[in-house]
Design a binder for this molecule. Structure first.
Ligand code: MG
Length: 259
């Protein structure tokens, strides 16, 4: 099931994306299914007529794994960590499909990182890998936008990873997905820059959920980013960046100037 969050007249609305007479259609839900369950209003709206928003605003955090693909660890000039390397992005960095990534005035080297994102569905702590599926609400596509120069200069990654607009998520949450072997592809202005499979993750989704929940409580609506494959590179103002994951869909954003 694909769960979308979209702009309403006042507050965001939620719905299940399906098809009717060959056209993509959203069946509107009564509330946020993370908290209110899946109760339909009976109303349907064409997908083409709505503006999709980030499918979730993380309740408390975006917890991310770095260097989770060996080839990317190598291109960053390092080895794969013995344990998942975890950092945080603030929930204020989240934007939705089609919203602009703002190139910060403090950086001259802003990179894309296409990633599979996990949306947590239940409050949890110390989740065993075999129980991870019980706490996962679904999956979406993420771009872990990174100011590479500030990442190197700061040591700590809060600034490099945490600017407003540095965590595009979307286009929706797929609740039923086998993540063992999904194609992750990033394009810049239509040209392929990253093309890999989640089968190459060092720590798979259950291992990531287990590790992060071993030291911090995860809340419904928290998001985990599972790391990027090789091929990361710079974006410039005016560029269009797209991340596509098989079984979910495509997340496309444009880079705009800070002024
Ligand atoms: Mg990343």
């Amino acid at each position: 099931m694909r769960v979308a969050r979209f702009a309403g007249e006042d507050d965001p609305r939620f719905g299940v994306v399906g098809e009717e007479d060959g056209a993509p259609m959203i069946a509107v839900l009564k509330g946020d299914p993370l908290y209110a369950g899946f109760e339909l209003t009976g109303e349907k709206v064409p997908l083409a007529d709505v503006r999709l928003l980030a499918p979730v605003i993380p309740r408390s955090k975006v917890a991310c794994v770095g260097k989770n693909y060996a080839a990317h660890a190598a291109e960053m000039g390092g080895d794969v960590p013995a344990e998942p390397l975890v950092f945080l992005k603030p929930n204020t960095s989240v934007i939705g499909p089609g919203e602009p990534i703002v190139y910060p005035r403090q950086s001259r080297d802003v990179h894309f990182e296409g990633e599979l994102a996990v949306v947590i569905g239940r409050i949890c702590r110390d989740v065993a890998p075999e129980d991870a599926h019980k706490v996962i609400f679904g999956y979406t596509v993420a771009n872990d936008v990174t100011a590479r120069d500030l990442q190197a200069a700061d040591g700590q990654w809060a600034r490099a990873k945490g600017f407003d607009s540095f965590c595009p998520l979307g286009p929706w949450i797929e609740t039923n997905l086998d993540t063992a072997d999904l194609r992750v592809r990033t394009t810049l202005n239509g040209e392929t820059r990253q093309d890999a499979t989640t089968a190459d993750m060092v720590f798979d989704v259950p291992a990531v959920v287990a590790h992060i929940s071993s030291f911090m409580t995860l809340l419904p609506g928290d998001v985990l980013l599972t790391g990027t494959p090789e091929g990361v590179g710079p974006m410039e103002v005016g560029d269009s960046v797209g991340v596509t994951i098989s079984g979910i869909g495509s997340l496309i954003n444009q880079v705009v100037s800070h002024d």
